[in-house]
Design a protein around this ligand. Structure first.
Ligand code: CUA
Length: 332
């Protein structure tokens, strides 16, 4: 419908038609009932109008079956809306496991995006068509919002935590990226493009240079430059926990409780190391607040994630009960 009648943005992701169908259903129900109610008001106002000054209407008790019908029918309709809405919500917020990973940082007033392979882009993102893409987002300053109307996705981007957007583009092309949260003077210019490419084209783009080593490799370099390796040794005898095999596993904390070693936990441990001390270790790690950028932190996270695949490693902070009393991602 795009060109001639641009009422709706293009449907360019798998979630877009689902969102629109639900939206059209809600509009349809609203129009149907509004029309019915207003027509009834109009007809009844004329048909049952007062015909003389002292006319009093007769009290009328309707049959119970009528009461039951006009209670159950709307209940059925709203329950359908609830179930359908829940289904679309979960589809729109649950990235498939095989999604490719992109890290994004919003700042006044630009989008900085990083690919696993090391490519970095500003206000542009190249992705393959027909492939789920997960974008992990954070902000360097104020609240922004990652909004791609053609994909029907909008995710707030918050300083100090990670949020996730995901999409699977269904047609190659160029789609607008907006910031949808007022964030200062140049908010309206905090815009960009998502370039959706055929997979071969995307591979060619990836190998076309511009990569500065993978994110994990950049993270490893940063890990060494910041001196992390001097305490976080891999033999388990360092002053800090061994990080091999850490990512995604539960960590026992000093003073009880466990936490899942996800991106949010690792970020916190870099910036506020004393917030959660691993059982058996001392609170001696200095904060790296101000010494490492948000992009640097995501590289360090990718480095630690890449250590997870190395075999024969004892996970940090030892055995753990399944009922991890951990924090949910994005809940702090
Ligand atoms: Cu960033 Cu508005």
């Amino acid at each position: 419908m795009g060109q001639r009648f641009p009422l709706f943005p293009e449907q360019a992701s798998t979630v877009a038609p689902m969102t629109d169908n639900l939206y059209f259903f809600l509009i349809g129900i609203t129009v149907l009932f509004s029309t019915g109610i207003f027509l009834a008001i109009l007809i009844f106002a004329i048909k049952y109008r007062r015909r003389s000054e002292d006319q009093v209407p007769v009290q009328y008790e309707g049959p119970a079956s009528l009461e039951i019908i006009w209670t159950l029918v709307p209940l059925g309709i709203v329950m359908l809306m609830f179930a359908w809405g829940t289904h679309v919500f979960f589809a729109a917020t649950t990235p498939p496991r095989d999604a490719i990973e992109i890290y994004g940082v919003g700042k006044q007033w630009m989008w900085k995006l990083q690919h696993m392979e090391g490519h970095r882009e500003i206000n542009e993102l190249h992705v393959p068509v027909g492939t789920p893409v997960r974008v992990t987002l954070t902000s360097e300053d104020v609240i922004h919002s990652f909004f791609v109307p053609d994909f029907r996705i909008k995710t707030d981007v918050l300083p100090g935590r990670y949020t996730t957007a995901w999409f699977e583009a269904t047609k190659p092309g160029r789609y607008r990226l907006f910031c949808a949260e007022y964030c200062g003077t140049d908010h309206s210019r905090m815009i960009g493009w998502i370039h959706v490419m055929e997979p071969q084209e995307y591979q060619a783009w990836l190998s076309g240079g511009g990569a500065e080593g993978s994110m994990a490799a950049s993270g490893q370099k940063l890990f060494e430059d910041l001196g992390c390796a001097s305490c976080h040794t891999t033999d388990g005898r360092g002053r800090g926990p061994n990080l091999v095999g850490l990512f995604g596993s539960p960590v026992a904390l000093a003073g009880g409780g466990t936490v899942k070693a996800d991106a949010a936990y690792i970020r916190e441990s870099i910036l506020a190391p004393n917030a959660k001390i691993v059982a058996g270790y001392q609170p001696i790690m200095p904060t790296f607040q101000g010494l490492v950028t948000e992009e640097g932190i995501t590289q360090l996270i990718e480095h630690i994630r890449s250590l997870g695949q190395q075999p024969g490693a004892a996970p940090a902070g030892q055995p753990v009960q399944p009922e991890a009393a951990g924090t949910k991602a994005g809940e702090r």
